[in-house]
Design a protein around this ligand. Sequence first.
Ligand code: 5GP
Ligand code: MN
Length: 346
Amino acid sequence: MEEHLFFTHKAEEKESFLQRLSGYPSIVITFHQNPDGDAYGSSLGLKFYLESKGKSNVTLISPTEPAEYLKWMPGASEVKVWDESHREIVEEADIIFCLDFSSGSRLKEMKDTVIQAKALKIVVDHHEQPESFGDLYYWDVKASSTCELIFRWIKDMEPEASITKEAAICLYTGLLTDTGSFRFDATTPAVHRIAAELLERGVVPAKVHRSLFDNNPLEKLKFLGFVLGEKLNYLPEYRVAYMAISEEELKRYNSRNGDTEGLVNQGLSIANSVMSVLFTEKEGQIRISFRSVGDFSVADFARAHFDGGGHKNASGGRSQLSLNETVEKFLTLLPNIKAELLSQPS
Ligand code: 5GP
Ligand code: MN
């Protein structure tokens, strides 16, 4: 696939899309399993935009139950969680937007129904190596977030588009979460310009930030204390931090879906660290989150060894081994990447 493939740059594709959009199409918006602020923000932002254009037949379907920390977002209460009762909506849809993922497997149980649906499928995303299940792609691996792409897409479609306050809050949320509060490398001047426009539409940054990050049950902070105190390991000889959390430990702290979000970043706050890894055991499977700084690609690493992928500095994967065996496997891989890890600037 070309590095940048913007369907709106191709007149005939834009035309085919606009034809589908005319009238009263049935639109489904979906996003990756275990949605984050960007998946949710881009989908809700797009929904509010489409509704402001009179397209009110829009259904948002999440492949899995969303985490609590996103439920304050405008429109969140209308998001449906996939089960068989939604099959017909997907099969009958005219347009399906697939946001913030490029790999069909991230739709979990929804995958086959979406891929086989007759709808025009539009993928808007910034993950590496997209699969080719979509009809139209608005895709840019350099974009900070899918929210940035939705904002750009709206402006491409309609330069004078006015974005409602609700849509602005949603789009701002994804910009904020996917850039790590405007600090990752993808935080370009363009990102700040978009943020500025969203602020002009009524976003209050402190409110969004507090809703996302200062809305924790006490137990979550106790859990964080436990993980930092008992579970965080640092290997200075590799500049690697890692944490492995068992299902029993998650249960002990009454950990809810989403409570481990952001935990992996803690490892990167250690001076000189280059990579941080979080292993969590859930329903017998091991889920892995990778983060890095600099040029070391955790997307390549996850793809090569842990059946995953993502972005250069933030990726995920999985393992069918036990928790201990997965950590062992990881540790045995470190000598192979040592030179690359050590060559990164501090
Ligand atoms: P997280 O650790 O927050 O779950 O995921 C980090 C980043 O990697 C996110 O952008 C997520 O979308 C992506 N990611 C996580 N797991 C996978 C995976 O299995 N495959 C691919 N392609 N991307 C993933
Ligand atoms: Mn994203």
